[in-house]
Design a protein around this ligand. Structure first.
Ligand SMILES: *Cc1c(COP(=O)(O)O)cnc(C)c1O
Length: 400
C-alpha cells in the first residue's frame, strides 16, 4: 500500500501569480488580496499513482491524498467526509424534468458529516490549520459552514469562533454550540458576520478560515470533482455533460474546475469538461447578474433575502473564479424564485426520495428553466448538486 504523501508544492495567487510558501499559515495573497490556489507537483503525481491504486484505500475523501494539502496522515481530521452517492432519478422523473433522452443524477452531499458538503472544505481547512500550528479558527457562516467548522474543530481539539446572522436556520446555531464553538449572532448577513471576524481574528490570534480567503477549503471541495470522475470510471467520458450547482461563495464550482484541470494534467481524464451552471435565488443573485451583464467581477447584492440560507451571500471574494469557470466551460447562470424552490423541495421528496436543502432544491427548479430556455437539449447527462439535507431547515409548508 502506498505511503501517504502530499504533492503540494506552493501557493499561487490567482490574480497576480505571486508564489507563497505553502508550509506556513496563509490567507489571501499578500500583494493583491486575491485568492490563493494550492499548486501540486502534478508530474510527480502522474508517476506515483494510477487510478486503480485508489481501490484499496480508505473510504473517505482523503483517499486522494496526493492531490490534497496535508503533509502527514496524522494531521488529518476526518469524520468520514466525501464519497457520497450519485443517485440516478427514475426515467419518468427525468423525462418530466425535460431530460427525455438524458439522465438526471443527484450527488447527495446531505450524507456528509453535519449533513452538508461544507464538511469537505472544513475537514481540509481544519486539518491543514492544525498541521501548521493554529490553535483556534474563526469564520463567518450563512449556516452550514459554521456547523461543519465547529464539528471539525472539536474533533481536532481546536477552538472555533463562528459568527452567523441571527436568523440562520436554528439547527446550524444549535449544532455549532453542541460542538463547543463560541457562536456570535449578528444582526445582518454573512458579509456583516465577516466584518466582525476580520476585526476580531487578528486581535485574538484566531486563524480565519473564511471561504476562499484561506486556500484549503476549496481543496476539500474539489474532491467532489475527483469523485465524479471516479464514479464515472475515469477516462475520456467519465464526467457528466452538465453540473448544476447552487452557488453562494462558489467554493465548489471553483474547486471542481481546479480538480478537472489537475486530473487532466495527471492523465486520468480527457479534455472534455462539464458545462458549469450557477444557480442562485432571485433574492440574492450577484453572480447571475454579473454573468448576464458580461462582467468578470460581481457587484454586491443589496437586501439579500432567500430561504436558501447558503445562497444568501451578497459578495463572493472568488467571483472572478466562479465566472471564469462558468464561461470557460460553456455554462450559464440563472436565478430561481422562492416559490420554485419551495415546490422543487416537495417534488424532490416525493419523486426522488431525497429531502434536500432549499439550496439543492434550487438546482431542481433550475433544470426546468434550463430546458425551457433551450440551454438543455434533453439528451444530456446532468448532475444536480444536493449540497445539504433538508431536515436542518424549517419544513416547507405542506410538508409539516
Ligand atoms: C454553503 C452552501 C451552498 C453554497 O456553496 P458554495 O460552494 O459556497 O457556493 C449551497 N448549499 C448549501 C446547503 C450550503 O450549505
Amino acid at each position: 500500500m502506498a505511503a501517504w504523501r502530499s504533492f503540494l508544492s506552493h501557493l499561487e495567487c490567482t490574480a497576480c501569480g505571486l508564489r507563497h510558501d505553502a508550509d506556513r499559515l496563509q490567507t489571501v495573497c499578500t500583494a493583491c488580496g486575491k485568492v490563493l490556489y494550492a499548486r501540486y507537483d502534478l508530474d510527480g503525481v502522474r508517476q506515483a499513482l494510477r487510478p486503480e491504486d485508489l481501490a484499496r484505500r480508505r473510504w473517505d475523501m482523503w483517499r486522494y491524498w496526493e492531490l490534497l494539502p496535508v503533509r502527514s496522515a496524522a494531521n488529518v481530521v476526518s469524520l468520514g467526509e466525501g464519497l457520497t452517492p450519485l443517485v440516478e432519478v427514475r426515467r419518468d422523473t427525468a423525462r418530466a424534468l425535460g431530460l427525455e433522452r438524458g439522465s438526471v443524477l443527484l450527488k447527495d452531499e446531505g450524507q456528509n458529516p453535519t449533513a452538508s458538503f461544507k464538511a469537505r472544505g472544513l475537514s481540509a481547512a481544519v486539518s491543514r490549520a492544525r498541521e501548521l500550528g493554529a490553535r483556534s479558527i474563526a469564520l463567518p457562516s450563512a449556516g452550514n459552514a459554521g456547523s461543519a467548522a465547529a464539528a471539525y474543530a472539536a474533533a481536532a481539539g481546536l477552538q472555533a469562533h463562528v459568527a452567523m446572522p441571527r436568523d440562520v436556520p436554528e439547527a446550524n446555531r444549535v449544532e455549532a454550540r453542541m460542538y463547543g464553538a463560541e457562536v456570535t449572532l449578528v444582526d445582518g448577513l454573512i458579509s456583516d458576520a465577516g466584518r466582525l471576524i476580520r476585526e476580531q481574528a487578528p486581535r485574538n490570534g484566531w486563524f480565519d478560515v473564511s471561504t476562499l480567503k484561506e486556500p484549503y477549503r476549496q481543496e476539500g471541495k474539489k474532491t467532489m470533482g475527483i469523485e465524479l470522475a471516479e464514479q464515472g470510471g475515469w477516462g475520456e467520458a467519465c464526467l457528466p455533460d452538465v453540473i448544476v450547482y447552487p452557488t453562494g461563495g462558489g467554493t465548489g464550482i471553483v474547486g471542481m474546475r481546479k480538480a478537472f484541470d489537475e486530473l487532466e494534467a495527471v492523465g486520468w481524464i480527457g479534455s472534455k469538461r462539464p458545462s458549469m451552471v450557477v444557480v442562485q435565488a432571485e433574492g440574492c443573485a450577484p453572480i447571475v447578474r454579473a454573468f448576464q451583464s458580461g462582467q468578470r467581477y460581481a457587484q454586491p447584492w443589496e437586501n439579500a433575502s432567500t430561504s436558501a440560507a447558503g445562497l444568501r451571500v451578497p459578495v463572493a471574494i472568488g467571483d472572478y473564479l466562479i465566472l471564469d469557470a462558468v464561461r470557460d466551460s460553456g455554462g450559464t447562470a440563472l436565478a430561481v424564485s422562492e416559490d420554485a424552490i419551495h415546490d422543487a423541495q416537495l417534488e424532490m421528496g416525493r419523486l426522488a426520495g431525497i429531502y434536500a436543502a432549499p439550496e439543492a432544491a434550487a438546482t431542481w427548479a433550475a433544470t426546468y428553466a434550463l430546458r425551457r430556455e433551450g440551454f438543455l437539449q434533453g439528451d444530456e447527462r446532468i448532475v444536480l448538486f444536493c449540497t445539504g439535507m433538508g431536515l436542518k431547515y424549517p419544513p416547507p409548508t405542506a410538508a409539516d
